[in-house]
Structures are given as C-alpha cells and as structure tokens.
Design a protein around this ligand. Sequence first.
Ligand SMILES: Cc1cc2nc3c(=O)[nH]c(=O)nc-3n(C[C@H](O)[C@H](O)[C@H](O)COP(=O)(O)OP(=O)(O)OC[C@H]3O[C@@H](n4cnc5c(N)ncnc54)[C@H](O)[C@@H]3O)c2cc1C
Length: 405
Amino acid sequence: MADPLVIIGAGQAASQLVASLAQDGFKGEVCLIGDEPHLPYQRPPLSKKFLAGELALDRLYVKPAAFYEKAGSRLLLGQRAQRIDRAGRTVILADGVRLAYSTLVLATGSRPRELALPGAGLEGAFYLRNIADVDAIRARLAWAKSLVVIGGGYIGLELAAVAAKLGLGVTVLEQAPRLMARGVGPVVSQFYARLHGEEGVVIRAGAVVRGFEGNGAIERVVCDDATYDADIVVIGAGAVPNVELAREAGLTVEDGIVVDARCRADDDAIYAIGDCTSQHHDLVGRRLRLESVHNALEQARIAAAAICGRKPPAVQVPWFWTDQYDVKMQMAGLSAGHDQAVVRGGAEHGRSFAVFYLREGTLIAVDAVNRAPEFMMSKQLIAEHARIDPARLGDEGVAMKDMRN
Ligand SMILES: Cc1cc2nc3c(=O)[nH]c(=O)nc-3n(C[C@H](O)[C@H](O)[C@H](O)COP(=O)(O)OP(=O)(O)OC[C@H]3O[C@@H](n4cnc5c(N)ncnc54)[C@H](O)[C@@H]3O)c2cc1C
C-alpha cells in the first residue's frame, strides 16, 4: 500500500484540505498531525465570542470527529512533528515515531511574536493564539480590574472590546502612530480610535513599552513617558510563521515557506498552505504572506486540486473581517500601493462607512465598516479590475449595484 499523505498542523487550513481532498476524489490514506489536543478549530472567535463566553467550545471545531473518520483520515493529536527527512520521505515525531509519506503538506500556521521586555515572564502576561491562552486569560479577566493591551492590531482591539464590555478599565498601547496600521488606511484607524474612546477604552498611540513591573505578578506597564496599572497584560504584537521544520529540511523560506501558484514548495512531494506560506499575489505583483481564514481555505482547495491532478479553483480576492463592539468591518483586496482613498458615508460620526482604495483609477481594496453591500459589490469589482469614477464611489446617492460605469 502507498504511504499516506501526511499533513503537519491540524488547524483551519488542514481541516479544509481533508474536506477538499475527499471532494476531489483522493483515494489514499491521510494522516493529520497536530500538536494541540483539539480537533481543528476556528481561531477568529478566540478574540471575539469565545473569549466573551458567548460560544461553546464544541462550536469552535471546524468539523466533528466523525467527519475525519468518514474522510478516511487518521488524527494524531497532541503530537508534534520534530523533523522532516526529505530524502527518506519521512516525518519524525517528537516521541521518535517515524511516519513515511507519499505527499507532505505543511499547515503549521503562525505564532505570536514574542516581546523580549524586562518582566515579560511575570504572572499575568499573556499572548492570544489558542484555546489554552483563552482559558488562562478568561480566568484572570474574571477578577481583574485593569487590562493593558500591548499592540493596537485587530486581535488586541477585539480583546479590548470584550474586556471593556466585561467592565474592566482597558488601555491599549500601540507603538505606531495609529491603530491597525498594517491593515487599514488612516481614516479607518481614526475611526477605531474614536470607537474605542466612546466605549471607554484608553488608546495610546506612539507608546514605547519599556517593560513590566510587579511583585511576582504583573502590576504595572512602564512606558517611556508614563506608567499604567494592570492586573493583566495581553500582548498582541503580530505573528511569525512556523517555518522552522521547513527551513531545517532545506526548503526555501522567506517571510514564509515559499510556494508556487499550486501551493507547492520547492520539492515535488511537499506543499504548504495557510499562515505559514509566502505566495505570489497578482493584486500586488509580489510575494506576500497572508494571515486569514480566507487564505487558509483557499490555499487548501488549491493544494487539494493539485494533489488530485484537478483544475485549480479560481483564485478569489483576499478578504478579512474584524468584530469590535457592534461594528463589523469587512475588508477585501489589498490596499498596498493605492494612490487614492475615497470615503463613502461619514467616518467622523456614527459607525457605518466605507473606504475604497484605488490605484490609477482601478479599485484594488475596500474597508467596509458595517457596510455589507459595499463589501460584497467591491469584492466583485476588485476581481474584475474595474475602473470606477471616484466621485460615484463617494456618492451615497449611487447604489453599489449601479457602480459599474
Ligand atoms: C485570536 C485570533 C483571531 C483571529 N481572527 C481572525 C478573523 O477575524 N478573520 C480572519 O480571517 N482570520 C483571523 N485570524 C487568523 C486565522 O485564524 C488564521 O489565519 C488561520 O487560523 C490560519 O490557519 P492555519 O491552518 O494556517 O493555521 P492554524 O489554524 O494556526 O493551525 C496550525 C496548527 O499547526 C500546529 N503546529 C504547528 N507546528 C506543528 C508541528 N511541528 N507539529 C504539529 N503541529 C504543529 C499549530 O499548533 C496549530 O494548531 C485570527 C487568529 C487569531 C489567533
């Protein structure tokens, strides 16, 4: 019998890969290795409804255990892959067990970027990536009065929103001059600063954290120009891809594991999907690494088609969302390199508007704040490389469905 297809990492991308392989008629055995004790689960609720206690654990799981059994896949959970022997086409687990593979898929995801600051090891300082992190954070939020979030990215801000609703005094310290600077334009950053201010959260942009102080457990966060009391600190300073296995195996790694359009690494028998990859994107004309559910699912479908010798699915426009308070922002496309930003609706008042990003007259991205029609229509227009009159985009009198010139 042929060796199994082995997947390292049992997260969002891996789970979709199992489903897509079954749909594409894959007949071999699939073996899924995951170092967490859980079935593959969705991470977005970890900083939203699951953190708020509004979603049960079993609702996080992408599929029930029976699904994997039915798909003919073997789950090795709570097991860590330690090394890849490419010459021998074998994965070596932490406990020394060797697993031969016919095809190997790396779906190892990413992990929080750690801050090497004085006092970072004190009790009460957390990162937020997995269920165990949420359990620990929730236990402390239950009695804490003050939370300091280090990093004004979307995970830190979602956590701030949940904690504020629970009644904690919340301060967000962001090193950059504005919030979510990597992902959105200045108008959207300003909106989120206002939104959190209205909800009682203190936002400090341009804050340089020097360390943490406390007697055994965290009590204060020390910045260049101020000190903030904190019973709990959560650090959301971005993520780094889990690429060590790939690098040690001699695969090409840049910001992520470099893969081609079919998600194949530079070894015919090895693919990589999800947060751990770096892939060329036509929308920006270069390779980049995306950390999103959409990317994980899409790359899983592409890899499954390639493995099964099927036509690749059409590539969709990348998209993402974040939920904070009663505000859902949906983002489509990639705004890097835009030369014009058009606002539709009032960003300075209320909680509903959209910002369109154009490059040389072509729509390349949208940030839609409580604006589902703007998001949905823009996704299509971005895919079509549509050239749209900016005046019409900004005119609330022109319906989104009539936006094509
Ligand atoms: C708190 C939070 C909120 C998020 N919110 C959103 C959102 O609103 N919208 C959105 O689009 N995206 C969101 N994301 C990002 C999204 O969850 C990720 O992009 C997605 O999970 C990537 O899937 P993946 O399969 O590549 O990685 P993961 O889901 O992280 O799975 C990788 C798995 O591989 C395991 N692993 C790694 N190395 C090994 C090894 N050597 N052996 C065995 N197992 C290994 C890891 O422990 C992990 O379980 C959020 C992420 C977080 C953490």
